[in-house]
Design a protein around this ligand. Structure first.
Ligand code: FPP
Length: 231
């Protein structure tokens, strides 16, 4: 047993789940749960920016399946994202956080697309952390897109490395994948990047998830040993 095979956490990914249940428990409308969820994103991101080894935190903010929700809820989520990015700019700059979006943003309104691009541009030189929001994102779609772009570039055969680098994420494997609210599913999130990830499922609903709980999770995980298929 050597120290070198202990986890150095560089990339964490989170499936934020349970906003609706949280709101119901408090007697609020579902939208209130999403607002509270946005606050949690800020707290967790700020924690990650202050962490010694974390370089990237990726959050599943809107899946390709989320369009199936009632129109009013989808509209609310879009508006909330716009407000969040506008408001968060100060936090990004203060804590040196670079914002990046992955997913197919072409389905969003032009003004939201502009907000996303502007926030990416304004924060591109920040170096403490990359906060990635997966928006209208699906893991299979991302892999399919990567392979198609390789075919278009003239490749007849592709390697794992080729695919890794053609993905939307500037390629970085995930060390820990967390899902809140007690559900134990991957839901088409970062399928390629989680190959060697450690999974952690917590019953905590996303709006109740705190930096303190994350700190405990990370501490426990650094004690685990990854063998990457070896002994
Ligand atoms: C799942 O809760 C949550 C989502 C739809 C994705 C995460 C969205 C947020 C945290 C809202 C704010 C996001 C941004 C980027 C501003 P759910 O509604 O599925 O909860 P339930 O399973 O309890 O109904």
């Amino acid at each position: 047993m050597t120290l070198s095979n202990k986890i150095t956490i560089k990339h964490i990914a989170i499936i934020m789940d349970g906003n609706g249940r949280w709101a119901k428990e408090q007697g609020f409308k579902r939208t209130k749960g999403h607002e509270a969820g946005a606050e949690s994103i800020r707290d967790i991101t700020t924690y990650c920016a202050g962490h010694d080894t974390i370089e990237t935190a990726t959050f599943y903010a809107f899946s390709t399946e989320n369009w199936k929700r009632p129109k009013l809820e989808v509209e609310f989520l879009m508006k909330l994202l716009d407000t969040y990015l506008k408001k968060e700019l100060a936090t990004y700059q203060k804590h040196q956080i670079r914002f990046q979006a992955i997913g197919d943003m072409s389905a969003f309104s032009k003004s939201l697309q502009k907000r996303i691009q502007k926030t990416e541009a304004l924060t591109k030189d920040n170096t403490n952390l990359i906060q990635v929001l997966a928006l209208n994102y699906g893991g299979r779609a991302e892999i399919t897109m990567a392979v198609n772009s390789l075919i278009q570039s003239g490749k007849k055969e592709v390697s794992e490395d080729d695919i890794s680098h053609a993905l939307q994420t500037s390629y970085q494997d995930i060390d820990i994948l967390i899902r809140t609210s007690g559900e134990e599913r991957i839901s088409n999130f970062l399928l390629w990047q989680i190959s060697y990830a450690e999974f952690y499922f917590t019953p905590t609903l996303w709006p109740d998830f705190t930096a303190k709980e994350l700190d405990t999770i990370l501490h426990n995980f650094t004690q685990r040993h990854r063998r990457f298929g070896g002994l």
